[in-house]
Design a protein around this ligand. Structure first.
Ligand code: MLT
Length: 267
């Protein structure tokens, strides 16, 4: 496994962690995390794929120079990762939650460069008025009291009760990523997510082979809703993973990795 960074067109440094050889698989993390949420995929999928895990703007080691950006800008960053590391070929793209929102944007802008999609613990719809207002409150709270006061409350929804009570390695790794978040990073992502487009109407035209994964105990992107929207995709299969909340790749890495491996190998 190794990491590198390069200067993106936006003027931000884009940091990427890489492992393995083979078909390129780009992994986009959720909020408020970074590439380390994919630790079990960087090790467990590297035997079969070239696993590429960028830090999105303002998270991990990727910088954030501007006040505001959109999820389409993040999709442009992903395209720069592809051009920088993969040359001419297409990528398989896997996004979790916020990373899934970026994957939808990537599909809209760059579907010609996409061989397959994995959408995990995510949803195609935009924020409603209540969700937008909630994001504004979170931004205000982060500016007043720091990012930890906003993001620390999320851990109880992201992990199963079992993982929260156990306080083991997974809990501590998620907590560490959250503790390292900056106010700028949190503000930028909350703003971009509040303004994101709604992809629900576009689902029937998303013909890229797609694997959708949900956590059976996910309170943020529930399995029942995931089954419903994924049924609108013409070329997709949906799997619900037991004993998992919102961070299925971290909580059930073996099950998650075998689903991804089988899906991508069959393309
Ligand atoms: C995430 O895990 O990325 C977040 O739950 C996304 C969101 O806040 O909508």
């Amino acid at each position: 496994m190794n990491s590198l960074s390069f200067l993106g067109r936006s003027g931000n440094l884009i940091s990427v962690t890489l492992a393995g050889q083979g078909q390129p698989l780009v992994l986009l993390h959720g909020f408020p995390l970074d590439h380390r949420q994919w630790q079990a995929q960087l090790s467990g999928l590297a035997e079969h794929f070239r696993v590429i895990a960028p830090d999105l703007r303002g998270f991990g080691k990727s910088t954030l120079t501007e006040q505001a950006y959109s999820l389409a800008d993040l999709a442009d960053d992903v395209e720069q990762v592809r051009l920088h590391l993969v040359d001419a070929g297409p990528i398989a793209l896997c996004g979790l939650s916020m990373g899934g929102y970026v994957a939808f944007e990537y599909w809209r802008r760059y579907s010609r460069n996409l061989s397959a999609l994995v959408l995990t613990n995510t949803k195609p719809d935009a924020d409603d008025a209540t969700a937008k207002a909630n994001r504004r409150t979170m931004i205000g709270e982060a500016e007043r009291a720091g990012s930890w006061s906003v993001v620390s409350g999320l851990i109880g929804k992201q992990l199963t009760k079992h993982h929260v009570e156990q306080r083991g390695a997974i809990y501590h790794s998620v907590q560490q990523m959250m503790k390292e978040c900056t106010v700028d990073g949190v503000r930028g992502a909350l703003r971009a997510m509040a303004e994101r487009a709604d992809f629900t109407a576009a689902l029937p035209s998303l013909t890229t082979p797609t694997l959708v994964i949900a956590g059976e105990e996910d309170p943020i992107t529930p399995a029942a809703a995931t089954r419903m929207w994924s049924a609108m995709l013409p070329n997709a299969a949906c799997h619900v993973v037991a004993e998992s909340a919102h961070l299925t790749p971290l909580e059930q890495p073996q099950h998650f990795n075998s689903l991804v491996r089988e899906f991508l190998s069959s393309q």
